[in-house]
Structures are given as structure tokens and as C-alpha cells.
Design a protein around this ligand. Structure first.
Ligand SMILES: *Cc1c(COP(=O)(O)O)cnc(C)c1O
Length: 398
């Protein structure tokens, strides 16, 4: 079949929830992807911050293959070794106390939302507790997650959402303080906002939120589904701020392509008990074998120092683009979660389309931002290649 035929088949049968790029991807190797016509792409998107160690990683693939032959699924009525090992390792890595595995990011958020609600309920038996979330945030597409996602465009067609959610301004502590009442049970935020336009939290803000939560007995949820797992140059982005959450959500790079998420709690927030929450697939042996392989790769490679090393080089290159093109306003972000801010005269999506022609995959974020979330294993040479391709593309808009 031709590419066009594959695309037509997809468009006739898949629900049209995405305006997809007109490319059919077939295989990946390292930081490169190949489409069904054999065209090669340098990938600065990683399947949206997922493939931290690149494609076709032998150690990862072998780990999954051997688990497939042993045991894929058990249900959570029983224990399984990969899940207990993965939970133990995540605990150690994060300093949290309890782990619940899910199949996706949005399910991890659902668990976090239920956790803060139950925490409030346990305190005073009331059922009118409130959650404070941030404008411009992104936490997922299921109803609970959507309810704490500060984006009217995503929310409006699906109202009524879950009640008791209020939105504050990210990086504006006063706006959070104003919303706190005696019914506030949780505050949820991304330490570095991803989809919303790549906005890192200010240190004062994140520290201030932690203090507010402590003073008012409110649980603090950090959504590190995108910014966690080494993406920013530390294992978890909140390490930059010297504060810890009560609940931490992970997904995306946690399974590096195998669908798995998790919410982690400290002992205080470990309030969900038998009957409160569950999942058929979550934490199955195959998913947890993927997590264990990912954790092996973090342990056995110097990937975090690579992120820190190459991201300063990426910064230099992005600054060059800001200097050289009037319509490129600025760049921001942490580590290998970067956004290049484009002014209104050029649509980020037009840049993305032309970049695809050049053999470069980049994606967008809200606010006309070109988002770069490459595999964490990229080299300086890969960044040079990205720069050359993007430079060629940007020149066509001058
Ligand atoms: C991607 C993302 C989610 C949702 O994860 P899914 O696996 O797509 O459900 C939630 N929060 C953040 C910060 C994300 O980037």
C-alpha cells in the first residue's frame, strides 16, 4: 500500500481526534525515525517526551521480550515480582513511600485527585472539598484530569466537570493564597508546565506553595508526567526547588514506550484503601518489566549528565536562533524540555510542517511555541543537525 492509502484507511476507521501529520512512521533506531517511504527523520519529539533512551534500544527490547515469554498479566488480586521490584526502586529514587501503577498519565492524575479528595474527607467528613489547579496547565483528557486542566478550549464541550476546582495563576503565589479556604484539600501543578507552553515554575512560587500546603494541611500534587524521569536534567524536576510533593504523578518516559504511569504518595497521603481504587491492567508484569528496564538504563548509563551537558549546548543554539530571526522571540524551559517562542507573524505549525520536509520532527505547545523534547541520549552532533535543519526552515519565513 502507498502512504496515501495507509492514511486514507486510518482516516476512514479511526475517530478523527487528531489532525495528524501526513506521515506514516514505520520504524525507529536511536534518535531517528523512518516512514513507510524510507524517509529518515531526526526526532526531537520522542513520541511526546516518551522515548528517553531512543528507539530500538536492545537492552530495553530484550527485557520486554523475556518478560513476554514468562508472564504478561496477573491482575492485582495477586503479587508479581516485576511490580514489587519496580515499586521499591521508584520509592528509593523519589523518596516517596507508596506507589500505585496505572496505564497512562491521565489515570495517574485520577488517582491523585481521588487521593486529595479522600484526604480532605478523612479530616472532617465533609464532601465539598476543593482543589486548586493552575491556569494554562495540562493534566490529561479523562473527566477528573480534564477538570483540573486549566484550558477552556479542552474543558468547555464536556461540562459539567467534577466540581470544586478553582484555578490560580501559575507563578503567582498571591493568586493561590486568595483561593484557599477551609475546604481546600489539594493543590496540583506541573513544576515545569509542558503542553501549556513550556513554563518552568519560579523557585519562590514552588517553595511558597509547599509552605502554604504545610500551613493549611493541604496535599501538594506535582504532575511530573512530562517533566519527570530525567527530562530536565534531574531525575525529577522538583529536585531543582528543594521541595517534595505529597503526591507525585509519572508516566510518559516511565515506560519509554510501554504504556504505564504511576502515582506515588508519602505516608501521610497514602489514604486510598481496599475498595477505594483499583485497575485490572495497572502494574502488570510486562508494564513493570518495562519500568525496571528504564530504571536500569538510568542507573547504568550517564544519561542525566548527558542531559545537563547537551542541554547547555542546545541553549546556545536556541539563543542563536533567537538572535538571527526576528520572529523567534525567546526560548525557555529546563534541560531537554525546551520551547522556542514564535511571534504572531509565523505559525509554529507551519514551521513544524516544513521541518518534517527537512527530516526533522519537532512539536508545538500552547501559545505558538515550538516544543523540543528529544530523547535524553541525543549528542551534540544531533543538536548540530537539528540546528542546521531548523535554520534552513526558519530562513524560508524571512
Ligand atoms: C501527557 C501528560 C498527561 C497525560 O498523560 P496521558 O498518558 O496522555 O494520559 C498529564 N500530565 C502531563 C503534565 C502531561 O504532559
Amino acid at each position: 500500500m502507498t502512504t496515501k492509502e495507509y492514511i486514507n484507511e486510518a482516516e476512514e476507521s479511526l475517530l478523527h481526534t487528531y489532525n495528524r501529520y501526513q506521515i506514516v512512521l514505520e520504524k525507529g533506531d536511536g534518535v531517528y525515525l523512518y516512514d513507510t517511504d524510507g524517509k529518515k527523520y531526526l526526532d526531537f519529539a520522542s513520541g511526546i517526551a516518551v522515548f528517553a533512551f531512543g528507539y530500538n534500544n536492545k537492552e530495553y527490547n530484550d527485557g520486554l521480550k523475556s518478560q513476554i515469554d514468562k508472564l504478561i498479566h496477573t491482575s492485582n488480586l495477586f503479587y508479581n515480582v516485576p511490580a514489587s521490584t519496580a515499586a521499591c526502586r521508584l520509592k528509593k529514587l523519589s523518596g516517596m513511600d507508596r506507589v500505585f501503577f496505572t496505564n497512562s498519565g491521565t489515570e495517574a492524575i485520577e488517582g491523585a485527585v481521588k487521593t486529595v479528595r479522600k484526604y480532605g474527607f478523612n479530616k472532617d467528613g465533609r464532601n465539598d472539598h476543593e482543589i486548586i489547579a493552575m491556569k494554562n496547565s495540562f493534566h490529561g483528557r479523562s473527566m477528573g484530569s480534564l477538570s483540573v486542566t486549566g484550558n477552556a478550549h479542552y474543558q468547555d464541550p464536556f461540562k459539567p466537570l467534577i466540581g470544586g476546582v478553582k484555578f490560580a495563576e501559575f507563578n503567582n503565589l498571591e493568586s493561590v493564597k486568595e483561593l484557599i479556604t477551609d475546604r481546600t484539600c489539594g493543590i496540583i501543578l506541573e513544576p515545569v508546565q509542558g503542553e501549556g507552553g513550556v513554563f518552568p515554575g519560579d523557585e519562590e512560587f514552588i517553595k511558597g506553595i509547599r509552605k502554604l500546603c504545610d500551613e493549611n494541611d493541604i496535599l501538594l500534587v506535582f504532575d511530573e508526567i512530562q517533566c519527570g524521569m530525567g527530562r530536565t536534567g534531574k531525575m525529577f524536576a522538583h529536585e531543582y526547588y528543594g521541595v517534595k510533593p505529597d503526591v507525585l504523578t509519572l508516566a510518559k518516559a516511565l515506560g519509554c514506550g510501554f504504556p504505564v504511569g504511576a502515582f506515588l504518595t508519602n505516608e501521610k497521603a497514602a489514604v486510598l484503601l481496599p475498595g477505594d481504587h483499583g485497575t485490572t491492567y495497572g502494574g502488570n508484569p510486562l508494564a513493570c518489566a518495562a519500568v525496571n528496564k528504564v530504571l536500569d538504563l538510568f542507573e547504568n548509563t550517564d544519561v542525566l549528565s548527558n542531559v545537563n551537558n547537551v542541554s547547555t549546548y542546545l541553549d546556545e543554539k536556541l539563543q542563536n536562533l533567537v538572535d538571527d530571526f526576528d520572529f523567534v522571540k525567546s526560548y525557555r524551559g529546563k534541560g531537554l524540555l525546551k520551547g522556542l517562542v514564535i511571534d504572531e507573524s509565523v505559525k509554529a505549525n507551519e514551521i513544524i510542517l516544513k521541518a518534517l520536509d527537512e527530516g526533522l520532527i519537532v512539536i508545538s505547545a500552547s501559545g505558538n511555541v515550538l516544543r523540543m523534547v528529544p530523547p535524553l541520549v541525543i549528542t551534540r552532533e544531533n543538536i548540530d543537525e537539528m540546528y542546521e535543519k531548523l535554520n534552513n526552515v526558519l530562513k524560508t519565513f524571512n
